[in-house]
Design a protein around this ligand. Structure first.
Ligand SMILES: C[S@@+](CC[C@H](N)C(=O)[O-])C[C@H]1O[C@@H](n2cnc3c(N)ncnc32)[C@H](O)[C@@H]1O
Length: 408
């Protein structure tokens, strides 16, 4: 509305030109913290010395001032260090001191810094994690076995047993993961091939069953990212061939070229913002910032890994994205089912610490042999659990877990 459009924004070429737009930006920012329904706005004003919009934040009575939001008029960005912090707003709404006894208002002193050093452990992750201190991990990223996609693999007798074991792993990870931090899991439906031509094949919706377990074990669902592979990637499964030949309705089967990267957060009252504002070393937060070339949507197009040493290794690109988007430098990143250790390689490259666990000695050997390449001299400081780094059993290259039956 022209009535609300001051002249300064036009003459200065601001992106944010009207009172309504300033309120809209303020509303979206408050929404991120769940405060949009409980805070009203006073009249936004331009501070043309600094090229800011200042939006007064009021209680619902429309009179009591709670704080102020400062928005860059050129970019429309809210400037957090110039605005009233969301936790102060909450405290004022609740008439409490922001640094008071409210458990959400923890001080800088309580910021959890893990004492763990780079660790490689052999064994069932459930047992290994049981010996770890609570709250000693800042990010979990893993890809569990894809159940028994092929008849020759008999690691799990029943799908229910598989789900039970995944639940034990998720439960243990919950204990050692810091409150409010992320558990990211790469998984996908599994194709169970038919036993004979007279039977149908079956697809198990593994990610959906795991989702329920995550929620029941105390995680909030955050994102379903689709890892999309090139189109040819799914053709070898045989899915879709019959339809391609006959084109009859009902025969249609989509050729799978995607996997899920499911993102969960350990339940917490702490806002994400708390971890950024209260980090004891702001220079670490600054150096962990992500560059412009980041994934803007939940579809990530990434080539599958071609790792001759592990049948289901993560692509390094996938591991690097997850580690850099969901942890700070120097954080501890754990992969409880680490396989060839791609997560450890990504963590090392990105200045994070790692905890890698696998129950297959052949994979442990691969990790051990890679560690020097990742860390150089610092490899001497790696803690090995349940395995002597110099004499790990060689074993046969035994891929006891299957891929999801849908890979080339
Ligand atoms: C899909 S693979 C992970 C591959 C890995 N992301 C990589 O980049 O190489 C799953 C791994 O889980 C391991 N595994 C299965 N059950 C386990 C358990 N109970 N504890 C620890 N590791 C386990 C298997 O040995 C296998 O290496």
């Amino acid at each position: 509305m022209a009535r609300n459009k001051p002249l300064v924004p036009i003459s200065r070429n601001y992106l944010l030109t009207t009172v309504q737009e300033a309120k809209q930006v303020a509303r979206s920012w408050l929404k991120e913290f769940g405060l949009d329904h409980v805070i009203k706005f006073g009249l936004p004003e331009i501070d043309d010395r600094y090229h800011f919009w200042r939006v007064p934040l009021l209680k619902e009575d429309g009179k009591t001032k709670l704080g102020e939001l400062v928005i860059d008029a050129y970019t429309t960005e809210v400037l957090p260090d110039k605005s009233t912090r969301p936790e102060i707003l909450e405290a004022r709404l609740l008439k409490k001191d922001a640094e008071g006894a409210d458990p959400k208002r923890r001080s800088r002193r309580d910021y959890p810094i893990s004492p763990l050093r780079n660790t490689v452990a052999f064994g069932d992750c459930v047992d290994v994690i049981d010996d770890m201190p609570a709250g000693s991990v800042d990010l979990v990223f893993t890809s569990p076995p894809y159940f028994n996609a092929r008849p020759e693999y008999s690691e799990y007798e029943q799908y229910e047993q598989y789900l039970f074991e995944m639940r034990q792993m998720i439960k243990r990870c919950h204990r050692v993961l810091n409150e409010g931090r992320f558990f990211v899991m790469n998984t996908s439906p599994v194709l169970l091939r038919r036993a004979s031509r007279s039977e149908s094949s079956r697809r198990l919706a593994v990610p959906f069953d795991l989702h329920r377990i995550f929620v029941e074990e105390g995680f909030d669902f955050i994102d379903d990212i689709i890892w999309m592979k090139p189109e040819g990637a799914g053709w070898a499964t045989g899915r879709g061939r019959r339809f391609a030949a006959d084109r009859n309705p009902l025969q249609y089967k989509a050729v799978p070229v995607t996997e899920y990267v499911l993102v969960y957060r350990k339940k917490s009252d702490l806002l994400i913002d708390w971890f950024i504002r209260n980090h004891p070393d702001p220079s670490v937060v600054e150096s962990s910032r992500i560059g412009d070339d980041y994934e803007r949507t939940n579809v990530w197009r990434i080539q599958p890994a071609t790792n001759s040493q592990h049948p289901a290794a993560f692509p390094m690109e996938l591991a690097e994205k997850v580690v850099s988007y969901y942890s700070f430098r120097n954080d501890v990143v754990m992969d409880p089912m680490a396989g060839s250790g791609t997560v450890g390689a990504a963590a090392s490259r990105l200045g994070r610490r790692f905890v890698l666990i696998d129950s297959n000695p052949a994979y442990l050997k691969i990790i051990r042999e890679s560690v020097v390449g990742w860390l150089g001299r610092a490899a001497e400081g790696v803690l090995y659990i349940n395995c002597d780094p110099k004499s790990l059993p060689l074993g046969l290259f035994d891929c006891t877990e299957s891929d999801n039956g849908e890979k080339e």
